[in-house]
Design a binder for this molecule. Structure first.
Ligand SMILES: [Zn+2]
Length: 275
């Protein structure tokens, strides 16, 4: 197993930035079969629910494109390290030229603003699918923990703090040269990954189609309560797993563990990630 944190696709460099890690409570998991239910009761299997919160830096032609911004202090002391990660690769926050949010959930946008709502990356153009902006800007949210008013208020604060720097994108728009949106509806309405194409080389970020790789690769039917539309999320997950598997596309995702980059391959009734 390699510990590769950086890959290049032609002249485009993709660097994984780990914002943090946490074990998700098993209550957020849906569609568990009896065997997995039982395994989850056993404390020694706690890696099954391990998740990482990842951001990525894409460097190309003088651009520093940040993919997602981590969660700041919203999920406790094991997360919120994006600025330390950027420092390790010698990039200052004011040198980030572009940000692409795969979607506007707190673990992807929290790190983009300070507690007082000040932009952390003041020079960045902030790119998001227009469908995602419209969804979170509505006033139609209940006072619930997941996908409710708190999530919407944070999304609205981030959009407001970047103001005119926000650029709304169509479902297959170019983010920067050679980097295109891949629309992945289900997790949220405007949820997306992206692909990098350079010559014959392709790389794909699968967004949040999976949160607990140790469970969802071997059993893609497992979903999480964070999906706005669980059925559509499930269809998108299976479609993308098949696609990157059949086309042998190097990939990563918003919650991949180590290794960050690898190939999804068929394994038994499910899949495995080979880094
Ligand atoms: Zn996420």
């Amino acid at each position: 197993m390699s510990d590769l944190k950086e890959v290049s696709i032609g002249s485009t460099k993709i660097i994984a930035l780990k914002d943090g890690e946490l074990n998700l409570p098993k209550e957020v998991l849906l569609n568990l079969n009896d065997e997995i239910q039982k395994n989850l009761e056993d404390e020694t299997n706690k890696d099954l629910t391990l998740s990482n919160i990842n951001a990525f830096l894409i460097q190309q032609d003088g651009k520093n494109l940040l993919i997602d911004a981590g969660c700041r202090d919203l999920f406790g002391p094991t997360c919120g390290f994006i600025l330390d990660e950027l420092k390790k690769v010698n990039v200052q926050p004011n040198e980030v030229t572009d940000i692409f949010f795969t979607h506007l959930h707190p673990d992807h946008v929290g790190g983009a603003i300070s507690k007082d709502g000040i932009p952390v990356f003041p020079n960045a153009a902030v790119k998001v699918l227009s469908k995602e902006i419209d969804f979170w800007n509505s006033d139609d949210f209940d006072d619930v923990d997941v996908n409710g008013k708190d999530f919407a208020n944070l999304a609205k604060s981030v959009l407001k703090s970047y103001g005119e720097k926000v650029v709304s994108l169509g479902p297959d728009a170019e983010i920067i040269k050679n980097v295109h949106v891949v629309s992945l509806p289900g997790h949220t309405p405007g949820h997306a990954g992206f692909r990098v194409d350079d010559g014959s080389n392709t790389f794909m970020h699968l967004g949040d189609i999976l949160h607990t790789p140790n469970l969802q690769l071997s059993d893609p039917n497992i979903s999480l309560v964070f999906d706005v539309d669980t059925d559509q999320g499930l269809k998108t997950r299976k479609r993308l797993f098949d696609m990157v598997c059949n086309e042998k596309i190097l990939c990563t995702g918003g919650h991949m563990l180590t290794p960050k980059f690898g190939y999804i391959e068929k394994s038994g009734l499910g899949y495995k990630f080979d880094g």
